[in-house]
Design a protein around this ligand. Structure first.
Ligand code: SAM
Length: 277
């Protein structure tokens, strides 16, 4: 690893440089997810978990890609409804396409704040977002919503007196039952103006293979809980669910007819979009 300097920005054109805050000896959720997606921003310790997970659930990558695809369909839908500001909590690593690129293709003035507690997301996003004035990224923990809403880079940039699109996409399953995930999501919803949307997706306990993958994630990564459709639907309490409701992701407003029955990758994550009345 080469010397860090504050000016130096991590890019794939500079592969020898690694920001000092990145610990490659321990796995990270963002990097394991990137490994499932076939990305380049992961290390041996992350790939070992993805490889072990795929022994039980060979198309783990398909599940992750379905999740990204539904994320984009949801952001497109919300932007078409007039939403022009997004708070993307647990955003992960910006890949080729992302929340801001989808929203800004429709509305170039749409603002996006990415929030993640993994420093690799900030390091990577700095390079990617250098020239995008309508997009910001902060390092914060979703379990501290006030710290996010009151963050100096968020307040004043997003106007919480107007509708926003809140994204909790594939992140709430990283909370244990003892951390009160439903109550935490309720806190976020209570901060949203009427007309705001919540898009939430969640690892779904639908098959033995998913339970096996959950076992690998919990034992090797310490996090990644599958919940059933009823528990996932509970996160939308108090919101008007956008049709077709909480479903397995390929079934959420697909661009093309969906082949039934869904395969495992199609069934392993569920979610939806709800509007605050
Ligand atoms: N939302 C993206 C998507 O759906 O493509 C990324 C999902 S990835 C599976 C989960 C992300 O949530 C990771 O980047 C991880 O670092 C982040 N995360 C996990 N726990 C978090 C927490 N307590 N606070 C903020 N981010 C968290």
């Amino acid at each position: 690893m080469s010397e860090a300097s504050p000016e130096r920005i991590w890019t794939h054109q500079d592969p020898d440089y690694l920001p000092p805050e990145i610990d490659t000896s321990k796995p990270s959720i963002a990097r394991v997810y990137d490994a499932f997606l076939g990305g380049k921003d992961n290390f041996a310790v992350d790939r070992a978990i993805a490889t072990e997970g795929m022994k039980h659930f060979p198309d783990g990558g398909g599940g992750a890609r379905n999740n990204r695809a539904m994320l984009f369909r949801g952001v497109k839908f919300m932007t078409e409804q007039g939403i022009d500001q997004f708070l993307d909590v647990g955003s992960g690593l910006p890949t080729m396409d992302n929340t801001h690129s989808v929203a800004q293709r429709i509305n170039p003035d749409a603002r996006v704040v990415y929030v993640d507690n993994d420093p690799i997301v900030l390091a990577h996003a700095r390079a990617l977002l250098q020239t995008n004035d309508n997009t910001r990224v902060i390092t914060a923990d979703m379990r501290e919503p006030e710290a996010i809403f009151e963050h100096p880079k968020v307040r004043g940039f997003l106007d919480f007196s107007r509708p926003i699109g809140l994204l909790l996409v594939a992140v709430v399953h990283h909370l244990g039952d003892d951390e009160g995930p439903a109550e935490l999501v309720d806190t976020y919803k209570s901060r949203l103006a009427s007309g705001s949307y919540l898009q939430l997706t969640h690892f779904c306990s639908c098959a033995p293979e998913v339970r096996a993958l959950e076992g690998v994630l919990l034992s090797m990564l310490g996090t990644g809980r599958a919940r059933d459709l009823k528990e996932i639907t509970r996160f939308f309490d108090g919101l008007d669910l956008v049709e077709p409701g909480v479903v397995h992701l390929p079934e959420w407003r697909p661009d093309e007819p969906v082949r039934q029955p869904l395969d495992l990758a199609g069934n392993c994550i569920a979610g939806g979009v709800g509007r605050k009345p």
